[in-house]
Structure formats: structure tokens, C-alpha cells
Design a protein around this ligand. Structure first.
Ligand code: ADP
Ligand code: ZN
Length: 517
């Protein structure tokens, strides 16, 4: 039997293990169950590939994405590892051949999707084979707390339990504390089997700011930022439109990428991006997974990502070569409103709590006046220094103001006007302006009429944004503002509202409408 270090050297040609790889591999070699939480690029595959070669038998790798499986098989084969997959995409003949090789003990790695792995038929098949280990990739999919729950993962437990002492290795790049705890329980891994790698990406500089004419904001960014970059948008339509807007008058190539494009066009755009030194891809989150381009210099979000996990993963595609890279996020209150509405209307009851919690964590990151990196790393269970020196808030500490009193006034105005009016009207009421609308509704006789001073009135827009982000205010389809669960603690004086004042604009906005705002 070859030793792991020997395999690392002989098979992969690497000189040393990185980070926690050695610990993880050590546990698998000792036959123990483990959960490895390692950021993208930390080298998760090696953690099961090395023991798969060092131990007797075939390693079973459960993985949710057929496209990624095929990438990994190609990469494993390039190192001379015997790997194959059993999936619906493989065709009957290929599957028969894989089964034959598996039964004959010729495979080092067998990749399967969770639907297949959880079937009784498959359990019988592997029950007769010698397995070296079971790797469960993208293990956060097993948790309803996780951001990408897949019910098939829940059905894996009988398979795992039927395998007796075959070591289990769950792997994920993205799991907060709660999700980790859940994975351990769901997959029957002891608490001391949790191994977490460092999440910090010190070369990435984080910037988060309110959206204000996003195509102009991005054009300004593109004018200053060298190198290839990705701009994430939330829909196919926006990818197309924004790519066109950014290409206009710019000096570099900008292409769209989304799942609705013809596969050939998509492959072409992706290849152009990988080969390019300064191209910008305007993409939905369909873009990025499995794309090997270490010199992406910046990632920008034109709206909020789905969660902190998603943000970390998406921004993590910048600067994988270790050179300085930038992450930008331009957010708007309507992003949070839309996300909250989706949670309330489309998410099943049992997952709603988790999703709300995730969105609130994201809102806290976005609204924060403190170090962004500290918030990110804390979210992933680390205990980072209070300031990193390489994020917007550390570099240019923002001005914050205590807007608690103004927030109470704004909430009261919404309440007194029966929660049907938008921010402009509420501001008019608080300012004591006798507009036609104010007079028509008789709002000039309300107790809140004219109670705000100039300083407070100047805060109304960022304040409304902040209150919407923390779900104290919600907007209906016509912009009417009503209370969310976050309103009560503010009104009762239990929570203070500090808001970050947006940085003063230094660049002139260029003309042209912003179709994607
Ligand atoms: P992950 O799945 O965690 O995102 P990968 O397994 O794809 O990461 O590994 C990322 C890259 O790092 C791969 O190119 C891999 O070959 C390389 N790598 C992994 N471990 C080592 C190591 N110990 N030494 C050098 N390179 C490594
Ligand atoms: Zn910082």
C-alpha cells in the first residue's frame, strides 16, 4: 500500500499537502467519518482522490452535477486514475462497461448522482463490492438550512448505514455553523469529525454600495479596473441588456452568458473569456462553476446575491492566482423586497425560517459600517481581527449617523397614513409640505405632519433602504410602504438604526437611462 504523501508526489506531482488536506486525508486513512468545509480552490478533490488510491477498493463519490462529474473524471484520468460515472447522461453501453469495471474492482473512483445512490438497487450493487470510502460532495445539499437543499441527499443515509465502517467524507465549500451541524447529524458524522479550512481570501478587496444608475456605476468601474471580470446579474434579460450597455463606447469586449443562450454560443463565450486578458462577462449565476480561470481580476454584483454563501463563492472566483482582485456589490432595497416576497410566497414552510435568516445575514453585511471581511469570516465560524485593511469600510471608514429617531418618525408616518403610501409622500408629510396629495387625503391634519427637521428629511432615502433591508418596511407593488416584523423593535426603542451615508459621488454620471436598475 502506498502512503498518501507518496501518492501526492508520484500521481499528482505535488510537493506538499495544502492547509487541512493532510488532516482530512489522515482521518479517512484511519477509517473515520469526517466533514471537510473548505473554500473553493482549497483542493477538496484531492482529499478523497488520495485515500481512494491509498486504500483498497473503489471510492464512491456522490455528486449532484453531472457536468462537474465529467470534468472531474477527465481530470482524474489525466493523472492516470481509473474513474467513471454512472449517470443518465452516460448511455446504456457506457453504463454496462462501468458496471463491469466496478464489479471487477478495476475502478479507483465511481461517481454517482444522489438519486441513483439512494436507490435500493444501487445499495445491493455496492453491498457486494469493496469500497475504500464514500465521499459526499456538495454536502450542504443535505441540509434544509443549507442554501441548496436537495431532497435526494436526505435519502442517502440508508446507503451510508448499510456500508458499515467504510469511512464517510462529506465535503462542502459553503456551510454556515447551523448547516454544518445539520450535515453532521444527517450523515451520521461525529462532531469531532468536522474540519474547517481557513476562508480568508486576503487578496480580494471587498466593496459594497447602494445602486445608483448601475450601468454608469459599472462603466466607471470598467474604466478603472484592469483585467478580466465577471458581472453577475439576476436574469437572462438583464445579462443581455447590461452586456450591450457596457459594450457601448468601451474599449473592451463584453459578452453575455446565461442558461438561455444556445449551447454553442455559451461555449464560445466561455472559451473567449477563459482565453482573454481583459474581457468582461455579464452573467447569471449559471456562469462560473467549474470554470478554470485563475486571473479573474474582479467580480461585480449588479444586485444582491442569494446569500452570504453565494456571495463568498461568486466573489471567490476573483484572484485565484493570489494577485490583488476586487469584489464589488451594488445593491438596492428592491433586491431585498423581491427576495423577501419570494421567501413568503414560494418557499415551503419548513425552509422559510432558514431563508429569512440567510437574507437577514446578507442585509447585515450590506448595511454594515464595519469590516466586510470580518463579517464574512465570522459568518463562516472564524474569529477574525476586527479590521482587515483591505475592504471599503476599512480603507475609507464610512460616516454613520444615528437615525433611530428619524426611523421612528418615518414608521409612524407610514402607520398614520394607513401604510399605503410611498417614501416620497411620507417625506412630504413629515416635512409638512402641503402638496395636492397631502391635502386630498387630509394628511396635513395628522400628528406626524411636519415633525421632521431638515437633517432627518435628508436621511429619508437611505433610511427607507436600510429599513427595507432589515424588513422593518415592506413595499407593495405600487410602492406603498407597510410594516414588516423588523418595525416593532425600532418603534419600541429596543433597536437602534444607524445608517451608513453613501460616499460622496466623485464621478459625474454619464447620460443614458439605466434599463437594469
Ligand atoms: P476545490 O474542489 O476545493 O475547489 P480542487 O480540488 O479543484 O479545489 O483543487 C483546486 C486546484 O488546486 C486544482 O488545480 C488542484 O490540482 C490544486 N491542488 C490541490 N491540492 C494541491 C496541493 N496539495 N498542491 C498543489 N496543488 C494542489
Ligand atoms: Zn476590512
Amino acid at each position: 500500500m502506498r502512503q498518501p504523501a507518496q501518492i501526492l508526489h508520484d500521481v499528482f506531482g505535488f510537493g506538499a499537502f495544502r492547509g487541512v488536506q493532510e488532516d482530512v486525508i489522515g482521518r479517512v486513512m484511519a477509517g473515520k467519518h469526517s466533514l471537510a468545509v473548505m473554500p473553493t480552490g482549497a483542493g477538496k478533490s484531492l482529499c478523497y482522490q488520495v485515500p481512494a488510491l491509498a486504500r483498497e477498493g473503489t471510492a464512491l463519490v456522490i455528486s449532484p452535477l453531472i457536468a462537474l462529474m465529467h470534468d472531474q473524471i477527465r481530470s482524474a484520468e489525466s493523472f492516470g486514475i481509473h474513474a467513471a460515472s454512472l449517470t443518465s447522461a452516460d448511455g446504456d453501453e457506457a453504463r454496462q462497461e462501468t458496471l463491469r469495471r466496478f464489479k471487477a474492482g478495476e475502478l479507483d473512483l465511481l461517481y454517482v448522482a444522489p438519486e441513483r445512490a439512494s436507490s435500493g438497487h444501487f445499495r445491493e450493487l455496492v453491498g457486494r463490492a469493496k469500497l475504500s470510502l464514500v465521499a459526499v460532495d456538495e454536502a450542504h445539499c443535505v441540509s434544509e438550512w443549507g442554501h441548496d437543499f436537495r431532497p435526494d441527499y436526505r435519502l442517502l443515509r440508508p446507503l451510508l448505514d448499510s456500508l458499515g465502517d467504510v469511512p464517510r467524507l462529506a465535503l462542502t465549500a459553503t456551510a454556515d455553523r447551523q448547516t454544518r451541524a445539520d450535515i453532521l447529524v444527517q450523515l451520521g458524522i461525529p462532531e469531532d469529525g468536522l474540519i474547517v479550512a481557513g476562508f480568508d481570501r486576503p487578496n480580494i478587496r471587498y466593496h459594497v454600495r447602494p445602486r445608483d444608475g448601475v450601468s454608469s456605476q459599472l462603466k466607471a468601474l470598467l474604466a478603472e479596473q484592469e483585467g478580466a471580470g465577471i458581472v453577475y446579474v439576476s436574469s437572462r434579460d438583464k445579462a443581455e441588456k447590461l452586456a450591450e450597455q457596457l459594450a457601448q463606447g468601451g474599449r473592451r469586449r463584453v459578452l453575455p452568458y446565461h442558461a438561455g443562450l444556445d449551447p454553442q454560443v455559451r461555449a464560445r463565450n466561455q472559451a473567449a473569456f477563459v482565453a482573454s486578458e481583459d474581457m468582461v462577462m455579464v452573467a447569471t449565476i449559471a456562469f462560473g462553476m467549474g470554470i478554470d480561470k485563475p486571473d479573474v481580476r474582479f467580480v461585480a454584483h449588479a444586485g444582491i446575491p442569494k446569500s452570504i454563501e453565494a456571495y463568498y463563492q461568486e466573489t471567490g472566483r476573483a484572484g485565484r492566482d493570489g494577485d490583488p482582485a476586487e469584489a464589488w456589490m451594488f445593491w438596492g432595497a428592491e433586491d431585498f423586497l423581491r427576495a423577501r416576497r419570494r421567501i413568503e410566497t414560494e418557499v415551503p414552510d419548513e425552509r422559510r425560517g432558514g431563508e429569512r435568516h440567510r437574507l437577514n445575514s446578507l442585509a447585515a453585511l450590506v448595511e454594515a459600517a464595519e469590516c466586510r471581511r470580518a463579517i464574512l469570516l465570522h459568518h463562516f465560524g472564524e474569529d477574525p481581527p476586527a479590521r482587515c485593511g483591505n475592504c471599503d469600510n476599512c480603507l475609507t471608514p464610512p460616516t454613520t449617523v444615528d437615525a433611530t429617531e428619524a426611523a421612528r418618525k418615518l414608521l409612524s408616518a407610514a402607520f398614520r397614513t394607513e401604510m399605503r403610501f410611498g417614501i416620497q409622500h411620507l417625506t412630504d408629510v413629515l416635512a409638512g409640505r402641503e402638496t395636492e396629495k397631502v391635502l386630498n387625503f387630509g394628511h396635513n391634519s395628522l400628528s406626524v405632519f411636519g415633525i421632521a427637521d431638515e437633517d432627518e428629511l435628508a436621511l429619508m432615502k437611505p433610511l427607507a433602504r436600510a429599513l427595507m433591508a432589515r424588513d422593518a418596511l415592506r413595499a407593495d407593488d405600487f410602492g406603498g410602504l407597510s410594516f414588516g416584523p423588523g418595525a416593532r423593535p425600532v418603534l419600541k426603542g429596543e433597536e437602534e438604526v444607524r445608517i451608513v451615508l453613501p460616499p460622496k459621488k466623485t464621478r459625474k454620471r454619464r447620460g443614458g437611462g439605466d434599463a437594469v436598475d
